[in-house]
Design a protein around this ligand. Structure first.
Ligand code: URP
Ligand code: ZN
Ligand code: ZN
Ligand code: ZN
Length: 470
């Protein structure tokens, strides 16, 4: 047998198994697994390396507008480049419907931004902000059939938040069409009330961002989202869960047999609200929603992973430059936390953080690492088994991992469009040393060797439904 590439001598890890095995790759697909596979044009030596399915990050934001002329730090080229440096081979950014826009118009726009600009493969979630009869009755059902099989709804943010009635109408369509529904669960009115009160008292520094949306704001909305989804009997994914109380709402729903899934992110394992409390506005670097909480909340999020209350670990990469008049410190952002754009970068640091803090420190096992970082994303969002595993017939999307390498995270290693990483100086053990997308090496030992024409758009199947949801 002859192959384009053989990855030889490594330890293959999937969500289920760990085994010593070579990987034969032909025409961008995994063509054989075994020993003594034959000849190949290229041999990659994987001695002392883990051969992992490339990371799938099902929650990233690229090129989204943020109001007030604030510009997101990553478009598709730099965002997918940074993803590749972090061992990712597929990302799922959002296509934001702006008010008055049809979903097709929004998609046309995001496709035009992504076309020829992607280092790794991409698929879009739709963000529904204007659920008109046309959008819900005509567009969404057709788009789900066309392979846009997931959408996100917001319970907060000016211009994005849906009313409970709109949530129910949108959930009903997700139920009818079989789309996966992601929910940003925070109580909009509570945030506005607390923000106004803080500002009246002169409390405008970045750290008051956390005070403006404390845990009950998230817990209440999580409970409400679950209750609404129960009314229409639709599976939902509660994204970016930050604390025990919200996690327990999800756990209780699962124990009652509801198809409620959860996602957590690196910021909720690694940061606290103290990071928001720094001199000279530096706290703005950590402004995201929900905000990082405290050490007990970090522990709760680990338990949520260990006990599989959460099924996915995503970055929620949403980068704004810090030292930039169009980023975190845009003029209005200096006047109040209210105007600091929400979101932090993290697409490149997600996998090293989960590996180092999770696997190396003995909190989760290697197979769970693969499940949380790749396999479950593919299963839940309709990409499995083309993506998310190492199996004959799957795309040859591989992160070759050095489990022993010690790296101090520095922004120079991230290769995104932002000007900082929230994890500067963090020491991690384990690092992706090669990233391969459909058989082609895109990052080799810290050097970009792929091109931004290689990444492709992925139409998706419908999520598999209740029985097989991890
Ligand atoms: O602060 C955050 N998380 N910004 C990104 C947008 C979102 O809500 O996911
Ligand atoms: Zn446009
Ligand atoms: Zn969100
Ligand atoms: Zn997000």
């Amino acid at each position: 047998m002859s192959f384009d590439t053989i990855i030889r001598g490594g330890t293959v890890v999937t969500a289920a198994d760990t085994f010593a095995c070579d990987v034969g790759i032909r025409d961008g697909k995994i063509a054989a697994l075994g020993r003594d596979l034959g000849t190949a044009t290229t041999i990659i030596d994987a001695t002392d390396r883990l051969v992992l399915p490339g990371g799938i990050d099902s929650h990233v934001h690229f090129a989204q507008p943020s109001g007030d002329g604030i510009v997101m730090a990553d478009g598709f080229a730099s965002g997918t480049r940074s993803a590749a440096f972090g061992g990712n081979t597929t990302v799922l950014p959002f296509c934001l419907q702006e008010k008055g826009q049809t979903l097709r118009e929004a998609l046309k726009h995001y496709h035009s931004l992504a076309e020829g600009e992607c280092h790794v493969d991409v698929a879009f979630h739709l963000i529904v902000t204007d659920p008109t009869e046309h959008v819900l009755g005509q567009e969404l059902p057709a788009l789900v059939e066309d392979g846009y099989t997931s959408l996100k709804v917001f319970m907060t943010y000016e211009g994005l938040a849906l009313s409970d009635r709109e949530l129910l109408e949108t959930m009903s369509v997700a139920r009818e069409t079989g789309a996966m529904l992601m929910v940003h669960a925070e109580n909009f009115d509570a945030i506005r009330f607390l923000t106004d009160r803080l500002e009246r008292a002169g409390n405008t520094a970045p750290r008051f961002h956390a005070t403006s949306r404390p845990i009950p704001v998230e817990r209440e909305a999580t409970h409400r989202a679950i209750s609404l989804s129960e009314l229409v009997d639709v599976p939902i994914m509660i994204v970016h869960v930050s604390n025990r109380e919200a996690m327990d709402e999800i756990r209780r729903a699962q124990q009652r047999g509801l198809r409620v899934m959860g996602e957590t992110c690196p910021q909720y394992l690694m940061l606290t609200e103290k990071d928001l409390d720094q001199l000279n506005m530096e706290g703005a670097k950590y402004v995201c929603s929900p905000p990082p909480r405290d050490l007990a909340s970090q522990q709760a999020c680990w338990e949520g992973l260990q006990q599989k209350v959460f099924s996915v670990f995503s970055s929620d990469h949403c980068p704004f430059r810090y030292d930039d008049p169009q980023g975190k410190l845009a003029p209005k952002g200096r006047t109040s936390f209210r105007w600091v754009p929400n979101g932090i970068p993290g697409v490149a640091t997600r996998l090293p953080i989960l590996f180092s803090e999770g696997v190396v420190k003995g909190r989760i096992d290697l197979n769970s690492f693969v499940a949380f970082s790749a396999t479950n994303h593919a299963k839940i969002y309709g990409l499995y088994p083309r993506k998310g595993t190492i199996a004959v017939g799957s795309d040859a999307d591989i992160a070759l991992w050095d489990p022993k390498r010690k790296v101090t995270i520095r922004h120079e290693l991230i290769h995104d469009g932002s000007d900082y990483t929230p994890y500067e100086g963090l020491e991690v053990t384990g690092w992706p040393v090669l990233t391969m997308v459909r058989g082609k090496v895109v990052v080799d030992d810290g050097t970009l060797v792929g091109s931004k024409e290689h990444g492709t758009y992925l139409p998706r199947s419908k999520p598999p439904g209740a029985a097989t949801i991890p």
